[in-house]
Design a protein around this ligand. Structure first.
Ligand code: A3P
Length: 345
C-alpha cells in the first residue's frame, strides 16, 4: 500500500495482522489485506486505494443517476427499476437480458478483484473487461474495469455504488441525481449473512450471532452502516436526492414509482409504469436469475438459502435472532437511529 491519504481527505490505515487473522477465522479476505479510511472508519480491501481518487474525481453528468445503498438494502431491485424506467419502459430494449453489472456498473467493484477466494478459484473481471474493450479498445485493465465501464455506459448512466457520500465526487448532488435506498438493519444483517455464505468471495462459515456482532462492530466489508445512512439522510431534502425505504416499496410499489417518475423527470405513462412494476417484481426478477456460477457462488448454500433473490420480504430477521441478540441489536438501532433522527419500519 503506497497511499496514506486520499483526495477525499481520508487517512488510510492498514488493518493489523491480528485483526485480519481473527476475522479470517470466519471468512475469506483479500490478498493485499484491508484498510480503514479515517476518520469515518470505512472498511475496504486495500486495493480500494488504487481506485479511490479516480472515483472521487469521477466526472459526473447532469443526466446521471447514482444509486447508493448499504449492501443488501434492495439495491438490485432499485437498479432494475431505474434502468427499466430510463431505458426500457416499453420492455423492448435489446440489451435488457444483459447482466446489471454491465447495464448499470458498480463504480467500486474493482476493489474486490484480489479477494483470496476469487484469486484461488480463478475468477477474473476478464469477461467484463472484454465487454469494455468492445466499445473502447484502448482501455487498460489496471485502470479499473468497472470505473471505466461507468465512464462509457450509455446515457442516462445508472451508476451503482455502496460507497458513502464522503468518498464520492463532492459535487455529486450539484451535478447528478442520487437515489438512496435504506432497509431495516435487522433484515439487512440477515440478507448480508446469507450473501456472505453464498458468495465464494466471502465464504462465510461462522454463526449468525458472530456475523451480527461483526456488523454492529463495523468489522464487515462496507461497514460502518450508520454513517453511511446518516450522510444520505442529512441530504434527504436536497432536490437531487431521493431517499427511499425498501419497506415503502414493498408496501406500495406504484406509489413509490410515481414519486421516482417525478424525481427523474421520466414522464412515463401509466402503461409504462405498469410494465416496470411487472418486470421488476420479485418473482419476475427471480425467474430471470442466471444459473449459479460455481466459482462465484456456493451451490449448496444457494440451494438451501434460495440464491441471490432469496426471500425479498420484510421481517425475516425474526427467524434468525435469539432474544439476547435481538435485544443487543435493538439497543444498537435505537441509539444510532435516534441520533440521526431516522426511523425504520
Ligand atoms: P433477502 O436476502 O432478504 O431476500 P441487494 O440487491 O442490495 O444485494 O439486496 C438484496 C435483497 O433484496 C435480497 O433480500 C433480495 O431478495 C431482495 N430483492 C431483490 N430483488 C427484489 C425485488 N424485486 N423485490 C423485493 N426484494 C428484492
Amino acid at each position: 500500500m503506497n497511499k496514506k491519504h486520499l483526495c477525499s481527505g481520508h487517512e488510510v490505515v492498514a488493518m493489523s495482522e491480528e485483526w485480519l487473522a481473527r476475522i479470517e477465522k470466519d471468512q475469506k479476505l483479500y490478498t493485499h489485506g484491508m484498510v480503514r479510511l479515517m476518520p469515518d472508519g470505512w472498511l475496504y480491501p486495500t486495493t480500494f486505494t488504487n481506485f479511490a481518487d479516480k472515483i472521487y474525481n469521477f466526472k459526473l453528468k447532469s443526466s446521471d443517476v447514482v444509486l447508493m445503498t448499504a449492501p443488501k438494502s434492495g439495491t438490485t431491485w432499485m437498479q432494475e427499476i431505474l434502468w427499466t424506467m430510463l431505458h426500457n419502459p416499453d420492455l423492448i430494449h435489446p440489451d435488457a437480458h444483459k447482466s446489471l453489472l454491465i447495464r448499470s456498473p458498480q463504480i467500486d467493484f474493482d476493489m474486490l478483484q484480489d479477494g483470496k477466494a476469487w484469486v484461488e478459484k480463478g475468477v477474473s473481471m476478464g469477461d467484463m473487461f472484454e465487454e469494455l474493450r468492445q466499445t473502447c479498445p484502448d482501455k487498460k485493465r489496471e485502470d479499473g474495469v468497472f470505473v471505466q465501464l461507468c465512464e462509457v455506459t450509455p446515457d442516462p448512466r445508472i451508476i451503482k455504488t455502496h460507497l458513502p457520500l464522503s468518498l464520492l465526487p463532492p459535487d455529486i448532488l450539484d451535478t447528478a441525481k442520487v437515489v438512496y435506498v435504506a432497509r431495516n438493519p435487522r433484515d439487512v444483517t440477515v440478507s448480508m449473512y446469507h450473501h456472505f455464505q453464498h458468495l465464494n468471495l466471502h465464504s462465510y462459515t461462522g454463526t449468525f450471532e458472530n456475523f451480527a456482532k461483526s456488523f454492529m462492530n463495523n468489522d464487515l466489508l462496507y461497514c460502518p452502516y450508520w454513517p453511511h445512512v446518516k450522510m444520505a439522510w442529512e441530504k434527504k431534502d436536497h432536490p437531487n436526492m431521493h431517499f427511499v425505504f425498501y419497506e415503502d416499496k414493498k408496501a406500495d410499489i406504484m406509489s413509490e414509482l410515481r414519486k421516482l417518475n417525478d424525481f427523474l423527470g421520466a414522464n412515463l405513462t401509466q402503461q409504462q409504469l405498469d410494465n416496470v412494476v411487472h418486470h421488476t417484481s420479485f418473482s419476475s426478477m427471480k425467474s430471470r436469475e442466471r444459473e449459479a456460477d460455481d466459482i462465484v457462488f456456493n451451490k449448496d448454500v444457494r440451494k438451501s438459502s434460495g440464491g441471490f433473490f432469496r426471500k425479498g420480504t420484510i421481517g425475516d430477521w425474526r427467524t434468525h435472532f435469539s432474544p439476547e441478540l435481538e435485544q443487543e441489536m435493538n439497543h444498537w438501532i435505537e441509539t444510532n437511529a435516534s441520533e440521526i433522527g431516522i426511523s425504520f419500519k
